[in-house]
Design a protein around this ligand. Sequence first.
Ligand SMILES: [Zn+2]
Length: 702
Amino acid sequence: MSENPFLSRERFPRFDELTPEAAREALPALIAATEAKVAALEAKCEPTWDGRVAALTDALEPFSRAWHLVGHMLGVRNSDAWRAVEEEFQPAVVRLSLRVAQSRPLYDALLALRDGPAWASLDEGRRRVVESAIRDARDAGVGLDGPARERFLEIATRLSELSTKFSNNTLDATKAFALDLADPAEVAGLPPAVLALCADAWNAAHAGEAVAGGSGEAPGRRATPEAGPWRITLEMSIYSPFQQYAERRDLREKLYRARAARASTGATDNTAILSEILALRREQAALLGFPTYARLALDSRMAKEPGAVYAMIDRIGAAALPRAREELAALRAFAAENGAEGELMHWDLAYWSRRRLEALYGYSSETLRPYLPFPRVLDGLFGLARELFGVAIEPCDGLAPVWHPDVRLFRVRDAEGGAELAHFYLDPYSRPAEKQGGAWMDEICNRAERPDGSVRLPLALLCCNQAPPSGGKPSLMTLGEVDTLFHEFGHALQGMLTRVGIPEAAGIANVEWDAVELASQFLENWHDLPAQLRTLSAHVETGEPIPEDLIAKIQGAKTYNQGLATVRQLRFALADMDLHERVPCAEMPDADAAWAAASARFALLPPLPEERFLNTFTHIFSGGYAAGYYSYMWADILAHDAFAAFEEAGLDDPAARAATGRRYAATILALGGSRAPADVFRDFRGRDPTPDALLRHKGLTA
Ligand SMILES: [Zn+2]
């Protein structure tokens, strides 16, 4: 009988044998063994790299790998049986990870390592790993004693309850509103795909009633996309296209007002919850010795302190605000010319913005699909990786088992020397019944140089949700799907081309949270360059590349209304930072005052009296972005500035592109978490990052 696949240490997991039963069989012993190893380390732990850091990594590795694989199966082959495994073992896993995170002996050993004789012999990467581990432990309250420690843990528990409550209230308030429409005139303007979503929503909501016959409708009545009825909801998948396409202004207004006031009254009111969250975060920061929560959060980030974030907001805001005002004026004029009556209101912005975009650069994302067959796009992506980073990527399907027949396996080699560098799986297509939505990159293992001199190579995986092949044709992609593939591949490259030998800092491990999207967003810059579009595209029937007039429209649309989009992001980033850095103070006594200040600065239309955006700002109240909303723009600045190095060297000069690409690979991709991101950036660019390239690429320079 072969070994349980969750216990196997083989390089490639036996995905075809990973069953819920096998997980249930393997996990209890793995958890018990890990607890025993942690207890042994707590009892006796040398304050050295090998004795403390590497020993803990080794102790946790077999269990982490198995639990990681369970999480992976939940994401790609979700089923009741897998969910039952997760539910059954989650409490034990949480207990184990809390025990490690809260361990005073392990923390003391880290301090002894930092302050002891072994420190001098550690290289930069190892020192960074120790320093971040000390910070993580400190932020988990390990350094506190007595009542302070008790209070800290009490706050942590309360915060986790409050954030769940905040998110549930937001979901419930979103679900509480729906508009059922039966007259085709009321849905005029909506594209067929949106009508289909609305008919589905109607059917889902009325399924029970039809069977019971109690709705006044004929029993068994089904909505169809063409004839309705249609259910309009506040979910983004319906709300957002409704605002962009629905011709009925009064209905757009109704929807807009309902969405803006969510979670601000009655049973789903988040007002008191968000105030309590902010107060508890302040108290938590104070217990750890920080004057504000923002300072605590930024202590472990590339931005380091709120001043750097405010400076970014000022700089980008100064460029984006005048452009946003021009864009709004152009929108007003366009709407008036095209028969809009009255003043341009909130519920008109998305609608007229879409109409004007169509008039200026009109193409539908569906038009591009036949030009972007998946195999061609993949060839183009791998060709770019070869040219820029000197890596050869070849399929090696069949080398190891996969979790679904559509999953591909690839080998990455050094194109010049031929040495094997990594492998990765690619799971490209959407499978709504069992696969999580969105797209992600994950690492099954990252690079590790072992004491015997051998190297464990990175093994990554990419999951996307693009259209599957159909009608005998390959998967035909939209530009958005291509963008997503490039993004995830950018993350994977950082994982696979790392040169770091310790798994604690190889690839994306130990990279500062606000810098981790640099490598992914960097690669997004490439896919829609005119030259790249020509090599990426080949019409599925004629083999023709995307026509030049369409390529020109794609370029034009890139800067369309970027001023408005940017000030919207700045408003959120500023409010988030003020909530965690300044509230409460004389000018900003509470959350409402912070939102009012951010709105006064960055909202071009005054907010509606009933608007309560903060009450549904789940990013910062339940999603891990507290004092971190800025990081979207922060990483984007780095990504655009890195790309600008290629523009400066000459995008049309193959030798210059290759030389710059090799430098990018040797710094940003190779060094990962072993060096501070500001230093890595400087290694690549020869200077600190500036937002100039982002502003230029978004058309925000004068
Ligand atoms: Zn990403």
